[in-house]
Design a protein around this ligand. Sequence first.
Ligand code: BGC
Length: 409
Amino acid sequence: MKKINLIAITIIFALLLSSCESTQVAGEIGTNTAAQKPSSSASVDEPSPDAYGQGSVIVRPDDGRTVVGISMPDKLLERWNHDGIFLKEHFEKEGCEVVLKYANNLIDTQINDIRSMIDEGADLLVITAVDGAALSSILGKAKSQGIKIVAYDRLLMNSDAVDYYVSYDNYKVGVLQAEYIIAALGLKDSKDSKNIEFVTGDPVDNNARYFYQGAVDTLFPYLENGKLKVISNQQGFYDTSTAQWSSDIAQQRLQIILNSYYPENVRLDAVLCANDSTALGATRAIDSDYAGTNKVIVTGQDADVPNIYNIIEGKQSMTVFKALRDESVVAVALGLALLADDSPDGQLIANSGWNFDCTYNTTDYDNGSKVVPSFLLSPITITKDNLEKELFDTGYYSRNRAGLIYAVE
Ligand code: BGC
């Protein structure tokens, strides 16, 4: 195992400023960190060198290299492209060699990717799984060779080889989507009932269940008292799931629902979509197959560029934003600590100087083999009203001279 010079690390941590909350969060799925203040103060100034230990001296006692393998699920969804770039850049700044691979949403490809990273001498693996439960054996192999493993954004299931998990508070994402719907439909005060449909995520992605649970727990009182109805009767997680988070699959499913259950006189008020790729499919289905004329509330997650346009045009109502750059900063700080044979805890946050909220959680993310210590960031709701302030004024997104929106890298 190669090590980062411990003296350098000590100096770096001594320099780190403390501004980020460190909270031990109790509870299980359903007892979440929703009480956390959304990180509206987050900014995208290049993280200070101290934020992830830039400048640390890497001592490479065995083969003279410190290799980080980054295994991402696919390039189709906008976000993983950015995550890959951010992680690679940050680790390279630290003097690490980076092997970055995308698995094209295929389990076997991801297993081969990880195998080749191990063969290339990886010291640390940062993995976002295509299927969280399908990697146990290759993770076991990595662990047996002393390789540290960070589950990035999606939890790696059924494996005790996973050292840490870095993500946004997944349950809270669903809570924010549901809270938006409750407010937009005025459910608290309304006497009428409203109709909602669910378009949830990929069942092999552990996050999808958390998004769903956060939303359903929050909507539960209204589903219970009949103020919210699901006319299709498709309400369970599997019934409403979307393989591979595919826009096309989401679109086809909603088209069938609209044609089967929503003739001209039946109004659809909201579609709870777990993320932006599913929201794209839902808005297309509404455009093509909804007989009504009312504006249907559509939720999302990720602030993908096409969805930002849809929010501006009023086709999508909200998205939940998770600053990927911040998530990668946390993963790199954690990775560097692991490479130094450290066992980071909430102190990593306390010492970080990060200007965004992050909590250390040792209770909520049980992967079936162990409770994986987790660093969780806090997502925020984006609507037409705060989009300029939260996405553009902060520098996460910009417009080119032709006025076209792009995510800043
Ligand atoms: C991520 C979301 C993303 C989805 C589809 C989830 O695991 O947390 O941000 O939209 O995967 O890629």
